[in-house]
Ligand binder design. Sequence first.
Ligand SMILES: [Zn+2]
Length: 277
Amino acid sequence: MSAGRVYLSTDIEGTAGIVDWGQVLGPSQEYEVGRRLLLAEINSAIDGASEAGATSFLVNDAHATMTNLPPAAIHGEASYLSGRYKPLYMMEGLDGSFDAAFFIAYHGSIGHERAILAHTYNPGAIWEVQLNGTVVGESALNALVALHHGVPVALITGDQATADEARTFAPAIEAVVVKRSVSRFAAESLHPRAACELIRAGARSAVERLGEIGPPQIDLPATLDITFLTADMAEAATAIRGVVRSSTRSVTVKDDEPLALYRTFVTIVALTRGVAG
Ligand SMILES: [Zn+2]
């Protein structure tokens, strides 16, 4: 199977060489280094997919201000979806016209025992998220949108934790590990050139193996159990239709429509920002 159109959702914490918030949040000299490392990894993914026949790319910048990339420097004449408010957030822009989705520079979930810069959307609000009873990070939550559109999440890049968590919903995913997390703030990274070379090869293989990888495997109806840092956040979340309080700091929500479930989740994230303080 070949892929004409590839969608890239790009974070930054999973980039080789990045280990600290100072490298991922600007403005600073360190952030300027971090965003250049990220750009090179994104371009390597586009290059690899191009080698396997992909011809059209959309890069959805999904980190912080969502304006982390210099548009003209992105390879593949990719369209660039940037800016600070997107209703579908890390998955804005994906639709059924895409043949593959790539998750670039992703990271592990907030509770993972050894994952660089681990968090799940908002580290100031979210303590843990479970999807169908399994602790998940951003990758599985975002995969709900890919499932809705029937698009395979074919490639993920980041540390070992990122790769492991992605295999829970996409066992055959092409997972490129560019660093080994030692703690939440230390990692042994490949040299950026070596990381880019692995990503290029991984992207090529991902596109070649699309049929084998297939759309995300998440049982429907799906249930999200979300635990917050404080009771106030759980209380606020119950203002959203379908969200039920399950304990002092937790809520639960179930839906047979994966896109609706994701929308509920990002609405909860938006709402808790007002309570996180
Ligand atoms: Zn993230």
